[in-house]
Each structure stands twice: as structure tokens, then as C-alpha cells.
Design a protein. Structure first.
Lengths: 764, 168, 87
């Protein structure tokens, strides 16, 4: 099959490509299965003898559970098992490390099956397994739950008030880094502060100061595949979970902790995963399916519907943010202050820490203070969503920057070039940057044809915004098995959401001197590969790619030593270069030596692991042109360009895809998407018609510019790509709307009614 | 519970007979009775297009069709699209343009695009975007999907003499 | 000597200091050194000898997966920041 683009160098360039495989665009290894419908996603898994589960969910946003009567459901013909929280072990007060940070087990367990309280509409209360789904659903509706309905708390600022109804009696405000806790239960779970320099002096030095308040709505990751879990609790106590997840090993740990079983008794088999974006790390269905399976004695599959996904799985927080920034007469930032409150949902754990570290991350600011709060409200427990916490923060900061530029009469791009973070810049939280590429993304935009083409139409405007994400390293393991024909199987534990099998295989191929097509990558279960952290944090191409690189180095060492044996020469005289093993008077390609060695001696198996922590933060700068309809407030995107530093683009087509897809999620967040709640705390738009993610008709082409500032902390210079592109769009769109029609938007989404409201206000 | 019915339909060129309950959707029967899991359930209410197949030449969300309504229909699913010895131009174009990331929406997109290109072999970008707006993708931002459909249209035109290029 | 940046909320336990020059070749030793200057502060950062849940250690520019065991050099900077997860 043809590749998309044979060479990496620009047309007409004389430069020799640095790499042979990296930077090319091979067809992905799992591609054929995915365009023919053969790939098996979560709900496509059929296990022999399996029955089907349904979950009973709370109709109330906030209530005490007085009693649950399951007798009618149990008596319903075709029902095989019914479970409630009483079927899960008592979690106690343990805090466990479960893949993406510390989790209070009681909260995770109660989020799977509510114990004493329901904390959001859609909160799981009980589950039924039956011969088919229809029976399970009918039976679930027969479960009688007596609720004592409590007033819901839906707004982050209201939830912080002293007299607000408290969601969790065990939550007290914890001061991050000291562990001091408040003297009474509170919805404020955590308080964070960062400081740098002298804030008062910084603002005293400023000539221009802008202070604004921002609100952002709850939005969802919106993956097209609903959550699914199929679980067999076998007669010997072994538990097998088939599920689409971002982290099989994280699911294994969560199951072991929640079910109080030894880790080794849980095996997690990854199904193909239909999108995640951070939302498929926590377990929602597998624990209930497991205890149903134990009771029924057969495998149980539970599939969510779309309403369940929106109402009961991790959205990203709504937030309130106040930003104040000051600039001196020369246009240099002198001070910045942020006050941020993020909604955690029913249980603590919003990404306030990341939001607080990202809020001023694009700027070199001598004096600053950031204060952040993690606040429980009666909404589903939030989970990671692409650069969690950063998009809310960037919307606020970048909008204030745009206003400062307007006051100063300075170009927003020149302002950013003057104040941009670079190597050595110290963030407000204290950490300095290694070599980063923000300036390069700004320059890429400045030099783009888009930036240099003026807008001419009425009601049209242009906006710019930048964004940052840390990226992550963490643990990965890869096993490389050499076949007798010289091809290589690559076993890995990183579930593949967007083509990472190929990006990992390409790094292995580059290192060993083979073609990408010679490598056969396989994502395998938790019994079949070494521990691997979640597919998240933009870490897989960096970290699992590095593990694959190490597996190649391991194989090379073995090949050198075995070739020396074979040729009866001193190993010091043998080397491995450019895909061949070279001796004093002989050389063989990888394939030749692999075939030769397969005839005698032990099998060739390479081992690679990584746990590096220099992922090299990544930055993006986006430029957008819009046209605003003054009669309806609708914003149309005319043109969109997104520049991002990705270190080294392993497979440029999929790097572009990450940038385009992330940008469009950011556009949806900026213009359309929001949870609408009524006064009772019930989500009124829990479907894809009313919770409207962008369609292809809403968008133009998204032009990506790949900027490559190699990360010195990776053998091939990789930086993570996936998270950053969601960060700038709302801010860039806000600036463009203002440029078009002269109204500032301080609340997301900037939907037609809100824009129209501001336009009418301006007219009167 | 209502009595099961026997339904006869052509599925990927073969006559199939299946038993179903009146409340079962065609999607449920395709996936669970006929084992054709290429059509995916993304929303169950006709908003995401992941369950798209072609019925009598039209792209249809099978979560919105009752299985009993399929009596006598000619149903084409993703499983029947590729020739035995290769891939359909749409499938090739999706691979070559990296028009999928997680891939869950891909079968629906390809089947919708097939019905669309059968009717409009030489579409503009605007026409593609308008006609594919019933299929949601959350990963790609659609850019590469639109390009893949453009490329597939060109390949299909080149393969078929009946496609007349519009003069610009 | 390594520089340990004191989180603002911890300053009251450190007589208002924003940072301290500490001794040690690991983060653990650095924290012990800080605790000698400001007794009780160790229990705040690392109750029962392990890093407080929800905190992460950054040495120089990078969050370390090794936590308190991470090696530090005389030129190192040590930060205690919220642990974060990605999407």
C-alpha cells in the first residue's frame, strides 16, 4: 500500500532527512481493521455465555438514600443478579495511587455505586444482570429507592458559601502542601496558592492594568464510543475485564482496590477504544459488572447509553476565574494575579492544580500570585479532558492580554513575542522551563500566509491565542520478539486511541534500521506485558516510544554478541550500525542475522522500559478569522491556523490530526458546548442533538503548522502533542469576536444567544 | 412481550432471514443477531451517525429503524464494502489521508460517504460538509475526513466513465 | 547547596521564608535539612515519611517519578507542587 508522503523534507529542499522512518507517513498498522469494521471495540466484545447489565441511576441531583428494595427486580423473569453498594467491600478511608494521581477509595467506590448519598443526577445506585438488555432495563426500573431529596448546589461560587448545603460530610478544606484541614465539612476540598516576587510592587510598576471575571460551563469529552465493561468473575476467583480504556493497568489497580482482591487476580484485556481524551481512565461500570458476574456465575456486559455518558461520566469542570494583569509603558508584563475556582463535581478532584500552574504559563512575569480552589457541586465527578484545567485558564488570561494590547495599541502577536516564556523563564509556581518552543510557534504564525492576509469583510474579525501543557513521562514497557523471517512483533501496554501503535513502531524501526511495515505492534493485556501507565498526558509517543527505542538497543546488544559468537570474533570488533551488524570482515542486515540466529541458539527477545521525566512542555499558538452574524449572534469560522511545537513529528499526519482534532474540541468548547441544568439540578440536554459538538458543516479546514524544536530529553526529540491544541481556541475566538463586532465575551460558550445579548447591550 | 417476527432482507448481497422482536432496532439485530458489529452504537437516537449503513441506496441511522421495518430491504454494511482482494476507494482514501484516529466513527462515515458519492460523484467541499454533517467525529476535526472523501471521489471518477467532471 | 522552594501555604511554618538553602543529596535529605531549620515542617510535607497525597516533587525542571528518593545536586532546585494528571 502506498504511503501518504514519501519524504520528510520540504519540496525543493536539498537537505538530507535526519531520519529514515521518523517523519514519514506509513499506513497505520491497525488501519485495515478499522476501515473494514473488523476492529473490536468495547461493545463488540462477545464472551461465551455473557449476559447483559443495566444500571439504575438517581433521578435527583442531591439526596440521601433512605432505603433500596431490589426484591421486585430479583423476582422478574430472566433476571440473574442484582447488586447495590452493599455488594462492594467497605472502602474505609484509604487513599490509593491509581494511575493518575491519588484517589480517595470511598469516593471512587461511591461513584460506582452510591452508598449513603447520591450527588448528581445519573449517579449509579444499583445494577441488574439479565438474559438480555431489555429485561435488565425493565427490572432495574422495578427497584424501589427511597430518597430524601436535598437542595442541589450547582454553581461553584454558591457552593463555596458558608451556608451552602454540603455534599460530602467527610470533605474538609485541605491546604495543599501543609495538609491543614478546616474545622468543619465543606464543599471546598482543596486550596492552592502560588507566589512569585512582590505583587504589590509589580502592579505599582504597571502603566496599564486590566482585571476581569470569567465563567466557563461544564463540557464533556464527547468520545463517540460510550463506556463499556464486560467482566467475568471466574469460579477460581480470577477476574477478567474486557474494556476500552486509556489504561489497562490503572483499571487493574482500581478493580483490585475496589473489590479487595489481589492485583494478580485481575486481568484487563483492552478492547479497541473509541475515543477517551482523559475520560476513559476511571472505572464506572466494571466494578458493578464484576459483582454481578460473581453472583450470576457468567460474564456480564454493561454498556452505557449517551445520556448516561453525559450525566454520569467525567466532564471537565465549569469554573469561575478572576484575572488581573499589569503592563509597563514598554509593554512588558509586571504583575499578574489569578483567583480560580473549579468545579470538582460530586467528589473532590478537579484539575485545579494544573489550571493554576497553566494560567500564566505562556508569559514571563516577574511578580505573581495564583490562588485556586477545588469545589464540590452536584454534577458528575469531573475527569481529565485534554490538558485538564488549562483551557479554562487560557481563556481568561488570553482575553485579559487581548484587552491590555488594545489599551496599549500593541499588536497581540508582538506583545506575546515580547513577553513569551522561554528557556529559563520561571513560572509563578516557581518552576523554570527547559528548552521550549513558544516563540517559534508565534513566529510560525507571524510568517504564515494567513497572518499576512488582511481581512476585509464586514463583521469579520481575527484573534490569536496561545496555550501550554506540561506533558508527562511515567512508566512504559515494551517487548520486542524477533521472528524467524526477520520481522518483529512489538508487545505494548499503551492502548491506542489515535495511531500510537504506529508512532511507537516507527521509533523502534528507526532505532533498529527496519521499515515501519516490518514491525507488527500489538496492544496486549495486563498479563502479557510489563507495567505501563495510562494513555494520557501526551505521554505515549514520548515514553512508550522511548521504551521501544530501548528494546531496540537491547536487541542490538544481543545481536552484536551473538554475531561475534557466530563469526568467532571478539565482540569489541563487532558493531551495529544503520540496520546491519558489522564485523571485521563480514556484515549482515538485521533480517539476515535474525534468520541466521533463528536456526540455532535461543530466541531473540528485546526488552525496553522507560520512566523518564523530561517530556519537554509544549506550546501552541492559534490564529482564527470569524464572521459574526449581527442579527443572530452566530459565529462562523472563516479560517483557522494552528501552530504547535511537537519536538519531533514521528508521524506528521497523525500529529496534524491531533492538532486539528484538539483545535476543534476547543472550538466546540468556545462556541457551543455546555451542560444546561434546570433548578432541580437535572441536565436538560443529555444527548448529541442538544449537547452539540461541532459537525463538519460548522468548520473550515484546520491548517496545522508543525513546529519542531526537538526535546533534548528524548532520543528523537519527541514532545507530547495531544493536549495543547484544545487550549488556545476559546481565547482566540473571543479575541476574534471582539475584533469583528466589538463585544467582549467573558463567559463560555460564546453561543449565539450570549453573543446576541452582548450585541444588543452594546446597541442600547 | 410481543411475538417475534421473521424478517427477510438482503444484507451485503445475500438474502438473510432473521427473527426479531418488534421493539428491536435494526442496529441491535445487525450487531447481535447477524454479528455485523461494524455499525456502532454511539447515541441510540440518530444524532451521531456511527450506526450508518446504506439501505436501498440511502445512508440510514440503523438505531432509528426497527428491524421489522427492514423487510425486503437491500442493506449494505461496512462488512460488505471491500472487494475480496483489497479495499474500496473510500477505505483506501481514509487510510492514506489518516482520516481516522480512534476509528469508532469510521465505518459510519464511510457508509454515509458511499451513499453520498453514489448520488453526487463529483461534490464540492461545501457539499461534502453539508451531507456528512450527520456523522460525528470527535478526534479528527473532520479536515482529513473531508480530504479523504474528496480523494475517494476522484478515484471513483477515474475508475468510472460515467462520472463527468464539471467544468470550472 | 540545593535550593528548596517553600510553598506559600507552608511559609508560616518557616518563619515566612519563601525558600531555603538546604543540605542533602536526595529530596528526603533536603526535607530533613529544612526540618532542622524549621522543626515540624517535614511532617507537613511528608507525613509518616511519605510525600503528602496530591503533592509531587519537581527537581529542577521536571516532576520526578521517584519522589523523595530523587537525587539532588548542589545546583538543584526543589519544588513541591500539586500532582497533576493529563487527558
Amino acid at each position: 500500500m502506498a504511503t501518504i508522503d514519501e519524504t520528510r523534507t520540504a519540496e525543493g529542499s536539498e537537505e538530507t532527512p535526519k531520519y529514515k522512518v521518523i517523519g514519514t507517513r506509513p499506513i497505520r498498522h491497525d488501519g485495515s481493521d478499522k476501515v473494514t469494521g473488523r476492529a473490536l471495540y468495547g461493545a463488540d466484545i462477545k464472551v461465551k455465555g455473557m449476559i447483559f447489565g443495566a444500571v439504575l441511576r438517581s433521578p435527583h441531583a442531591h439526596a440521601n438514600i433512605k432505603s433500596i428494595d431490589t426484591s421486585k427486580a430479583e423476582a422478574f423473569p430472566g433476571v440473574r443478579a442484582v447488586v447495590t453498594s452493599a455488594d462492594l467491600p467497605e472502602p474505609g478511608d484509604k487513599i490509593a495511587e491509581l494511575g493518575e494521581g491519588a484517589v480517595v477509595l470511598n469516593h471512587l467506590s461511591s461513584n460506582n455505586l452510591a452508598r449513603t448519598k447520591v450527588l448528581y443526577k445519573g449517579h449509579a445506585v444499583a445494577a441488574v444482570a439479565a438474559d438480555n438488555l431489555h429485561i435488565a432495563q425493565e427490572a432495574a426500573s422495578l427497584i424501589e429507592v427511597e430518597y430524601e431529596v436535598l437542595p442541589p448546589v450547582m454553581n461553584v461560587l454558591k457552593a463555596m458559601e458558608d451556608d451552602a448545603p454540603v455534599l460530602n460530610p467527610d470533605v474538609r478544606t485541605e491546604e495543599a502542601s501543609t495538609g491543614e484541614t478546616g474545622d468543619k465539612p465543606s464543599n471546598i476540598a482543596k486550596h492552592i496558592v502560588f507566589e512569585k516576587g512582590d505583587l504589590e510592587k509589580g502592579f505599582a510598576d504597571a502603566k496599564y492594568v486590566v482585571e476581569r471575571e470569567f465563567r466557563t460551563s461544564t463540557v464533556h469529552q464527547g468520545y463517540i464510543e460510550p463506556h463499556v465493561a464486560t467482566v467475568l468473575w471466574n469460579n477460581d476467583g480470577q477476574i477478567t475485564v474486557w474494556t476500552p480504556t486509556q489504561g489497562t493497568f490503572s483499571v487493574r489497580s482500581q478493580m483490585a482496590e475496589l473489590l479487595h482482591v489481589p492485583l494478580a487476580r485481575v486481568k484487563v484485556v483492552p478492547a479497541e477504544i473509541g475515543g477517551g481524551f482523559g475520560g476513559k481512565i476511571s472505572v464506572y461500570l466494571a466494578p458493578a459488572a464484576a459483582v454481578l458476574s460473581r453472583k450470576a456465575g457468567v460474564p456480564v456486559q454493561i454498556v452505557m447509553d449517551r445520556a448516561d455518558v453525559l450525566q454520569a461520566t467525567g466532564p471537565t469542570p465549569g469554573s469561575f476565574i478572576r484575572i488581573k494583569m499589569g503592563v509597563d509603558a514598554d509593554g512588558r508584563l509586571t504583575a499578574a494575579e489569578a483567583w480560580m475556582a473549579y468545579e470538582a463535581g460530586g467528589y473532590p478532584g478537579s484539575p485545579i492544580g494544573a489550571g493554576a500552574m497553566c494560567v500564566f504559563s505562556c508569559y514571563d512575569i516577574p511578580n505573581g500570585r495564583v490562588e485556586g480552589y477545588d469545589v464540590c457541586v452536584n454534577k458528575p465527578r469531573t475527569n481529565a479532558y485534554r490538558a485538564p484545567g488549562a483551557t479554562n485558564a487560557a481563556f481568561a488570561t488570553e482575553t485579559v492580554v487581548d484587552e491590555l494590547c488594545e489599551q496599549m495599541g500593541m499588536s497581540p502577536l508582538e506583545f506575546r513575542l515580547l513577553n513569551a516564556s522561554k528557556e529559563g523563564t520561571r513560572r509563578i509556581d516557581g518552576v523554570t522551563y527547559p528548552r521550549i518552543g513558544l516563540v517559534e510557534t508565534l513566529e510560525a504564525i507571524k510568517n504564515s500566509e494567513h497572518y499576512n492576509t488582511p481581512l476585509t469583510g464586514e463583521n469579520q474579525g481575527r484573534g490569536i491565542g496561545s496555550g501550554f501543557w506540561f506533558n508527562a513521562g511515567l512508566k512504559s514497557a515494551v517487548t520486542a520478539t524477533v521472528n524467524s523471517d526477520g520481522s518483529v512483533g512489538l508487545l505494548e501496554g499503551s492502548t491506542d486511541i489515535g495511531g500510537s501503535r504506529t508512532a511507537i513502531a516507527m521509533q523502534f524501526a528507526e532505532a533498529i534500521g527496519l521499515a515501519a511495515e516490518d514491525i507488527k505492534p500489538a496492544v496486549v493485556d495486563t498479563d502479557s506485558v510489563g507495567y505501563t501507565d495510562v494513555t494520557g498526558g501526551s505521554r505515549v509517543t514520548y515514553a512508550t516510544g522511548w521504551a521501544a527505542y530501548e528494546a531496540a538497543q537491547d536487541l542490538k546488544r544481543q545481536i552484536v554478541s551473538r554475531a561475534a559468537e557466530l563469526w568467532e570474533v571478539d565482540p569489541d570488533l563487532v558493531s551495529y550500525e544503520d540496520g546491519s551488524v558489522i564485523g571485521p570482515d563480514k556484515s549482515m542486515t538485521f533480517k539476515e542475522i535474525a534468520i541466521e540466529l533463528s536456526l540455532g541458539g535461543e530466541p531473540l527477545v528485546g526488552r525496553g522500559v522507560s520512566n523518564h521525566n523530561e517530556p519537554g512542555g509544549a506550546f501552541g499558538t492559534h490564529l482564527v478569522d470569524v464572521e459574526v452574524d449581527p442579527d443572530t449572534g452566530k459565529v462562523d469560522i472563516l479560517r483557522y491556523t494552528a501552530a504547535q511545537d511537537c519536538g519531533t513529528a514521528i508521524h506528521p499526519a497523525y500529529v496534524e490530526g491531533q492538532i486539528q482534532g484538539g483545535a476543534v474540541q476547543g472550538i466546540g468548547w468556545g462556541l457551543n458546548e455546555e451542560y444546561w441544568y434546570d433548578e432541580a439540578g437535572s441536565m436538560r440536554n443529555a444527548n448529541f442533538l442538544d449537547y452539540r459538538i461541532p459537525t463538519c458543516y460548522d468548520l473550515p479546514m484546520i491548517d496545522p503548522i508543525i513546529v519542531e524544536v526537538p526535546n533534548p530529553g528524548h532520543p528523537y526529540g519527541v514532545r507530547g502533542v495531544g493536549e495543547v491544541p484544545i487550549v488556545p481556541p476559546p481565547a482566540a475566538l473571543e479575541a476574534a469576536i471582539y475584533d469583528a463586532v466589538g463585544v467582549r465575551m467573558y463567559e463560555l460558550p460564546m453561543s449565539p444567544p450570549r453573543v446576541l445579548h452582548e450585541l444588543l447591550k452594546k446597541e442600547s | 412481550m410481543a411475538k417475534k417476527r421473521i424478517v427477510t432482507a438482503t444484507v451485503n448481497g445475500r438474502e438473510e432471514e432473521f427473527l426479531c422482536q418488534p421493539r428491536q432496532t435494526l442496529l441491535e439485530v445487525l450487531r447481535n443477531t447477524l454479528g455485523l458489529t461494524g455499525a456502532k452504537e454511539g447515541c441510540s437516537n440518530g444524532n451521531c451517525g456511527a450506526c450508518s449503513v446504506v439501505i436501498d441506496g440511502k445512508a440510514v441511522n440503523t438505531c432509528m429503524v426497527l428491524a421489522v421495518e427492514a423487510e425486503g430491504a437491500n442493506i449494505e454494511t461496512i462488512e460488505g464494502l471491500a472487494p475480496v482482494d483489497g479495499l474500496d476507494p473510500l477505505q483506501e482514501a481514509f487510510l492514506e489521508n489518516a482520516a481516522l484516529q480512534c476509528g469508532i466513527c469510521t465505518p459510519g462515515f464511510i457508509m454515509s460517504a458511499k451513499a453520498f458519492l453514489d448520488e453526487n460523484p463529483n461534490p464540492t467541499e461545501e457539499e461534502i460538509r453539508f451531507s456528512m454533517a450527520g456523522n460525528l467525529c470527535r478526534c479528527t476535526g473532520y479536515d482529513k475526513i473531508v480530504r479523504a472523501i474528496q480523494q475517494a471521489a476522484e478515484t471513483r471518477c477515474a475508475q468510472s466513465a460515467s462520472c463527468e467532471k464539471e467544468t470550472v | 547547596m540545593p535550593r528548596l522552594f517553600i510553598p506559600p501555604l507552608l511559609k508560616p511554618y518557616c518563619k515566612g521564608a519563601a525558600e531555603a538553602v538546604v543540605e542533602g543529596t536526595t529530596v528526603r535529605e533536603a526535607v530533613e535539612s529544612l526540618d532542622e531549620m524549621y522543626p515540624g515542617v517535614k511532617e507537613r510535607l511528608c507525613p509518616e515519611g511519605t510525600l503528602r497525597a496530591g503533592l509531587a516533587v519537581t527537581v529542577d525542571q521536571n516532576v520526578t517519578p521517584r519522589g523523595l528518593s530523587e537525587k539532588v545536586t548542589p545546583e538543584s532546585e526543589i519544588h513541591f507542587l500539586p500532582a497533576i494528571g493529563g487527558g
